[in-house]
Design a protein around this ligand. Structure first.
Ligand SMILES: NC(=O)C1=CN([C@@H]2O[C@H](COP(=O)(O)OP(=O)(O)OC[C@H]3O[C@@H](n4cnc5c(N)ncnc54)[C@H](OP(=O)(O)O)[C@@H]3O)[C@@H](O)[C@H]2O)[C@@H](O)CC1
Ligand SMILES: Nc1ncnc2c1ncn2[C@@H]1O[C@H](COP(=O)(O)OP(=O)(O)OP(=O)(O)O)[C@@H](O)[C@H]1O
Ligand SMILES: [Mg+2]
Length: 349
């Protein structure tokens, strides 16, 4: 499922998710959500214009929301088989944190993915399975406390062999929600990220995945299919490590853009009162009003949502294979982003 317009706009703010919860019907809710993710859209504006929708995108850019919605929403057709609306996976979940991977995985499923997998530690798996029969849970990761030093290399091989069976099938991966910071586990995940890149699987990095990546910048730098979704702390650590300075809120847009550029043009989605998204070329912000509650798990819902909205997923709905190089997307076939006249959604802006 490919939801995006332009090259820099995969941005579902959690605020939008909250907005959906109060809408009257599931269809309206879903439509409203889609309109909002396309850029800062108030509920009232939506209600006023729902007939022939034109939405106001973030930063005052006028977007033709109806065209965009039509362009990005895959049709549900009887000819399609299970999985064609999205097969995604979350790598996360350890002894302490079982909620985070659940929130990410279930969000992707609720928004429209067909299949949602979770790769977590053995301890976390029964708990996550207990939350939902809809998730496919793989208890394959191990933490240091459960294995002897001499078994580590063999365990790593086993984990990677198990991952290899699945990785190629996924349209997108989120790495990090509730992963924890066990060094052995992070070493395994480091390898998983490398393998995902080798297969050109888009990767969202969140939570403890950002801890890993911040300490090993080469892991994602320059990979065009990487999206980092840092919260306040995670962003601070990234800025410190990459730019060797402090967060500058007065020039927040320029700083996030510079960060993305310095990391080789990956996409950064900085969460906060206003979410800022940049790929190093342009910056978009989303400040749609949502819930003032700031409970744990909201970022996990966001990363799970970004998962299925990443437009660079493995296959376009027409089944064209994506081809990506470190330098960029070499032969994108995002026909979802074009309308009948062949205009890309970006050109509508
Ligand atoms: N149910 C689950 O399983 C959940 C599991 N989760 C998982 O937990 C793991 C660690 O992720 P994380 O985000 O808790 O860790 P981190 O970035 O170190 O921040 C922690 C400290 O930062 C502070 N702080 C926070 N916001 C701030 C602000 N705006 N401005 C200033 N300070 C702020 C605040 O410090 P305090 O106020 O306590 O001093 C807070 O204690 C990760 O894997 C994640 O996925 C979560 O997803 C939640 C649901
Ligand atoms: N100060 C804020 N005001 C309004 N909305 C906010 C604020 N901070 C974050 N948000 C919203 O909450 C979403 C999640 O961001 P948050 O900073 O809570 O992530 P997180 O700390 O990673 O969450 P999690 O507890 O899941 O790890 C953001 O995308 C944004 O829409
Ligand atoms: Mg988080």
């Amino acid at each position: 499922m490919l939801i995006k317009y332009g090259v820099n706009h995969h941005l579902p703010p959690y605020n939008s998710v909250i907005g959906c919860l109060v809408a009257p019907s599931s269809i309206l809710r879903r439509q409203q959500f889609l309109v909002r993710i396309l850029g800062g859209f108030s509920s009232q504006t939506y209600q006023n214009r729902v007939g022939g929708i034109r939405s106001v995108a973030a930063c005052g850019v006028e977007a033709d929301a109806e065209s965009i919605l039509r362009a990005i929403t895959p049709a549900l057709e009887s000819s399609k088989h299970k999985g064609q609306a999205g097969k995604i996976a979350v790598v996360g979940g350890c002894r302490e944190y079982t909620g985070a991977p659940y929130f990410a995985a279930i969000s992707a499923l609720k928004i429209g993915a067909d299949l949602s997998h979770v790769f977590c530690t053995k301890d976390a798996a029964p708990v996550i399975k207990g939350y939902s029969p809809e998730l496919i849970v793989h208890p394959i990761l191990e933490e240091s406390y459960s294995i002897r030093d001499e078994d580590k290399s063999c365990v790593t091989q086993r984990v990677l062999a198990e991952i290899d069976k699945w990785l190629e099938r996924f349209d997108c991966l989120v790495v990090g929600p509730g992963l924890g910071r066990d060094p052995f586990l992070l070493d395994c995940v480091n390898e998983i990220i490398k393998r995902a890149q080798h297969l050109n699987v888009p990767i969202i990095v969140d939570g403890d995945g950002l801890f890993l990546v911040t300490n090993c910048l080469d892991l994602v730098s320059g990979y065009p299919l990487a999206v980092l979704t840092p919260n306040v702390n995670e962003y601070k650590r990234l800025i410190d490590k990459v730019l060797n300075c402090e967060v500058n809120d007065r020039e927040a847009n320029q700083q996030v853009q510079f960060l993305a550029k310095q990391m080789g043009g990956i996409t950064i989605l900085r969460k906060g009162k206003s979410d800022l998204i940049s790929d190093g070329d342009i910056v978009k912000s989303v400040s749609t009003y949502g819930s003032p509650r700031r409970c744990g798990g909201q970022g996990d819902i966001l990363s799970g949502s970004v998962l299925i909205m990443d437009p660079r997923a493995k296959y376009s709905p027409q089944g064209h294979h994506r081809e990506v190089t470190r330098a960029g997307i070499s032969s994108p076939s995002y026909s979802l982003n074009t309308d009948e006249r062949g205009l890309s959604a970006r050109e509508h802006l």
